[in-house]
Every structure is written in C-alpha cells, then in structure tokens.
Design a protein around this ligand. Sequence first.
Ligand SMILES: Cc1ncc(COP(=O)(O)O)c(C=O)c1O
Length: 389
Amino acid sequence: MKPVNDVIDGLGTTIFTVMSALSVEHGAINLGQGFPDEDGPADVREAAARAALDGPNQYPPMMGLPALRRAVAAHNKRFYGLEVDWESQVLVTSGATEALTASLLALLRPGDEAVLIEPVYDSYLPIVRLAGATARMVRLRPPESSVAEWSLPEAELRAAFGPKTKLLVMNSPMNPTGKVFSGAELALIASLATEHDAYVICDEVYEHLVFSGARHVPLMTLPGMAGRCIRIGSAGKTFSLTGWKVGYLTGAAELIAAVAKAHQFITFTTPPSLQQAVAHGLGKEDAYFDGLAAAMERKRDRLVAGLREVGFNVLASQGTYFANVDFRPLWNEGGDVDFATMLVREARVGSIPVSAFYPADPPAHMVRLCFCKQDAVLDEAIARLKAFF
Ligand SMILES: Cc1ncc(COP(=O)(O)O)c(C=O)c1O
C-alpha cells in the first residue's frame, strides 16, 4: 500500500485521548477535559431548538447566516470598539478549529514560516505543516513563582521573525497557561508584524473568560493591526456549548475572502439552527458576559485554593478554563506524563501533562487542571488529592 500523508500519519494518539481513557478506566474525576459539565444558557438552547423546528434547515450561505454575521460585527463594536462590515469582514465556521485551519491554509504557502508560541494549542502545528510551511517556535518563560506570569521573551520572539515569516499565531487568553497577554507584549507583536509585513492569527476563543485584574485586548485594536489580524471567536466557549462547534472570524475584507475560499471546501457551512441561536446569544445583556467570567473566576479560586492546600505550587491563571500546577513540591519521581498517569490511577484525578503542548524538549514538571466543573466535582477532586498526598 502507498503511504498516507506524512504529517497526518505522524500525529498518533494524543495524550488528551489517553488521559480521558485512563480517567474512565479508573473511575477518575476528569479535570483533563477542557469543557464545562453544565450546559450554557437555556434561552440560547431554546433558540436553537426553535430554529431547528421552524426551519429552514437547508444549506445556509457559505459565509454564514446574515443574522450571525451582523451579530458578530455588533459584538466587535460593543466590546472592543471595532468597526466591521458584516458582509465582507465576518465569516462563520464550524468551530474555531475550522477557523484556524481555514486561515492557515488560506495564508500559508510552501516555504513560508509561521511563528508559534509554546506551550502551543495542539491543532496549530499540524496545519502549518500540512500547508507546507515551517514553524518557528518561541517559548514562553514559565513563572518563577505562583504570582509571576508566563512571559514572552522579546529577544527570542525577535529572532523568530525573518524574511520568510508569513504569520504569527497567538492565543490570548491562552490555553493551557491561563495567560492574558499584556499591553507591552501586544505592542511588541504588533511592531514585529508591521516590521516584517506579517499577518497575525489571533485565537481569542476565551475572550469572555478573563478574571479580575486582567483585561482582554484584541491585537486587532492596536494601531495598524486591523489589516493584518484575523480575530477568531468561538460560541463553544462564550456560551458553554463546546459541542456546537460554531466559530467566527473577523478581519480585513481581502483576508476574509481568502479564508472563505478555504472554508468552502472544508465544511462549506455550519448548521443554521445553531448559527441562529448564537446570533441571539451574542446579543445577550452585559450581565450574561460578566456573569460568565465571574462564575468561572469563582471556580478558579475554588480549585486553586484546594490545590494550594494539597501542597502544589499553583501557577497564576488570569483567564480560560485552566490552572497549572508545578508538582515538584509533592512528587519528584519522574516527568509530567508519569505524574499524570500516577495521579489518574492512584488518586483518581485526571489531568493533562503540560509537555503535551510542546512539540519537542518540553518542560516536564507541570500538569494542567480544568476548573470549569461543578463545585461538587471540584471539591471531590480536591478531597481525593488531599487523601492521596
Ligand atoms: C486555544 C483554543 N483554540 C481553539 C479551540 C477550538 O475551539 P472550537 O471548539 O470552537 O473549535 C480550543 C478548544 O479547546 C482552544 O482551547
């Protein structure tokens, strides 16, 4: 038999799948999974049900339902002051995953370079490679203590840019670190993108999951960035409906036109009932968006306090669904995969080794734990960890 595609063939089974399977096998509380265990707002789900019953349920427009594209444009204006033409500057995709794939395939040519920031979300690198481009990895510095944040090293970032740089992919608020990029870091990225005439794909799926003391600023709002950025959002995260897979992109008309050409042959479109419901959701009152972040912040605080009591060094998390721990104060018998495997088998708590977010030479002393779970579930996980350690 002739070999299949090398990039795809090289992917193997991810640690996410392995850890979830181990969680089931050992009856563990799975804090590895990055999704809420409660569904999002009833009115948004009712809007989907109504739209499915009333129809039409036929192919919606390739760019997305006008109602949703209008709602995305209005959301950009309402939260960030961005003026966006809904017809030419907004595209709806089947999740942020498709938005990322379509953007990378549309922009990259063989031989191009893409700057990626480690720890890196797992879908970016395979798609960069599928496009025939090369990734230049820049590694965030892990925090020195639970107060300090992951930081973007300027010299390394500068060195990653060169004549072949086509784009950078950034994720803020960032999975797995919980980092919200600072104003100075955004300004640095903006200046390098301008200097090297590069695009920036901004994965902002956690835009509404930012905690007190931090603020999400889209790179697109910085001077000169509107024409270079593709800003990606996800209804899955914004409405705690991760299974819906409704994503949306905002960018300059020429960029969106290119991404739409890729999108037409990846999925072409996204279920119209879900699009209609997300259009309704994006129009919800401020109290909804504030409440979402506040509720998640309380869950973060609950898990973090418990993990500290257990004795972990808990790293700062300013947003997302995730907190990371340095487990070395409690355990020094191996790397993070060994630790996570031991934890799921013996303490019956599932986690994700942070090394999974590094393609090579990872740091191996941290695991990621997800706090977007019901309080009782978080409490039970902490009780199990206390009993074990
Ligand atoms: C950083 C990041 N980007 C993209 C996605 C994918 O989002 P969606 O479910 O809308 O495809 C996720 C989901 O976990 C994520 O964490």
